[in-house]
Design a protein around this ligand. Structure first.
Ligand SMILES: Cc1ncc(COP(=O)(O)O)c(C=O)c1O
Length: 459
């Protein structure tokens, strides 16, 4: 039989035969998993065992079955929860998405599970190309890596190399950039770096404060002070355009442009950490949602991408030897990352009227009506697109934790973020349906009414 000629670099799933076989395997795994539910006792035991093995219990007592549908995850005991935190961002297209599972299965069947920088495969090319295609005209290079923190390490290295011997980095108060030694020091969470040796090279600038009229001038003044105190020693400034762990706080464009302009005028690299914001603010890159392309030198992405990457302009292209490593990512992760970018683009998720922006507006509307019914319980809200948060009652960590616990019992997984006040955040799948939204808000309301009654709080 004559062999069909196709481009060897096209995604393998584009072959009908592979798609059909992948469908069959996904179905077979699904029905096998459905037979493997744990009874209540075994489930509790498994949760306790994970806690013992880690030396610390799970943050939320749950184990996934590996099955789910949309925003609903099926736990290993057969119960279903609405996952409105997407595994802190990685189930960005929800659970059990047929197309993504088939893409993953096909990628998994080629060679070994991971790919490196020495012998990259078609998925490596496809993902870096897809990222750069959407990153605007200035960002020319992309290096793949495994986690958000690793991408951030690469960003730090290219920035320090370009600006050597400058060795300081500016971050925002309440920032979070990861859990490696360097990124833990950049993160404003002292508890996350207890006992670690610190380099002392991180400088802080206050994030935008909507209650302060001179917030922009104040932050610029603090940056100026650092520049004055450490002339030629500051290599870069890292921006989270929507603070993730810091509480889904964002700022008007002028806040960012004022600081970025200062960075540019003083030879300081502008680095945007989009590990959490990628694909969640209306455009793939939040710096494009905020129209900041002209200032950005380095960008990092992760989470929803099923891997991570550092992108930079030509002038930040690192010298040979600085950035590499055995693993660039899993073949499955790369194939999925590329497919997720394609679907965001082709299925109407992007733009002012795109599905992510519309989802954000729908969540805001639901909060508005919940606030009308419970005006004393729903405090200030913040966020954008598929990143939304609110302060329940006084925003104390105890109240937040009580509401989260009650919401979990009602059937919805949410998480805390920020401090003083603490918030409850939603990081829902980008394809969340109206039915799922309605179910989430009805469970949240029930949970809050229960907490009001049990803790004697006003509604
Ligand atoms: C903004 C930001 N940067 C970096 C990270 C670290 O990513 P990872 O946990 O994949 O290392 C996170 C994780 O929450 C994040 O939100």
């Amino acid at each position: 039989m004559p062999r069909k000629k196709t481009s060897s670099l096209k995604p393998i799933i584009e072959s009908d035969a592979v798609r059909e076989a992948a469908k069959a395997l996904v179905e077979a795994v699904r029905s096998e998993l459905a037979q493997r539910e744990l009874g209540p006792e075994s489930y509790e035991k498994a949760i306790r065992r994970i806690g013992r093995q880690r030396g610390r219990p799970l943050m939320v007592p749950m184990i996934s079955s590996g099955r789910g549908h949309g925003a609903r995850v099926f736990l290993a005991d057969g119960t279903r929860k609405l996952d409105f935190i997407s595994g802190i961002g990685m189930y960005g297209f929800g659970h059990g998405d047929d197309d993504l599972l088939e893409t993953a299965v096909a990628a998994a069947a080629s060679d070994v599970a991971f790919q490196g920088h020495l012998l990259p495969g078609p998925e490596y090319l496809g993902l870096t190309r897809a990222l750069l295609k959407h990153a605007g005209t200035n960002l020319k290079h992309a290096w793949l890596s495994l986690s958000g923190a690793m991408a951030n390490e690469n960003a730090l290295k290219v920035i320090f190399q370009k600006h050597a011997p400058a060795d300081r980095i500016v971050v925002f108060e309440n920032a979070f950039h990861g859990r490696t030694l360097a990124t833990a020091e950049m993160s404003d969470r002292p508890g996350f770096r207890e006992g670690l040796p610190l380099r002392g090279n991180v400088l802080q600038v206050p994030f935008f404060d909507p209650d302060r009229e001179d917030s922009i001038e104040h932050s610029v003044a603090v940056l100026e002070e650092h520049l004055h105190r450490y002339p030629d020693q500051i290599a870069g400034m890292c921006f989270e355009l929507v603070q993730g762990e810091g509480g889904f706080k964002t700022a008007p464009r002028e806040f960012f442009t004022a600081l970025m302009e200062h960075c540019r005028n003083n030879g300081v690299a502008v680095w945007v950490d989009e590990v959490q914001t990628f694909a969640r603010t209306g455009e793939l890159f939040a710096f494009r949602t905020f129209d900041l392309e002209a200032w950005v030198d380095v960008v990092t992405v992760g989470k929803i991408l099923q891997g991570s990457a550092m992108l930079c302009t030509k002038s930040y292209n690192p010298k040979p030897g600085l950035v590499s490593g055995t693993y660039a990512g899993s073949t499955v992760g790369m194939a999925l990352g590329q497919r997720i970018i394609e679907r965001m683009d082709e299925e109407g998720y992007l733009g002012l009227e795109g599905r992510v922006a519309v989802l954000g507006r729908r969540i805001e509307k639901r909060f508005e009506s919940l606030e009308k019914r419970m005006p004393k319980a729903i405090g200030p809200r913040s966020g954008i697109g598929a990143m939304q948060a609110f302060v329940p009652w006084d925003g104390s960590p105890e109240i937040v934790s009580t509401v989260l616990h009650a919401a979990f019992e009602e059937g919805v997984i949410l998480l805390s973020a920020g401090s003083n006040p603490s918030k409850i955040r939603m990081l829902p799948p980008v394809n969340t349906t109206d039915e799922e939204l309605e179910a989430c808000f009805s469970m949240l309301e029930k949970a809050m009414r229960r907490v009001a009654e049990e803790c004697d709080l006003p509604c």
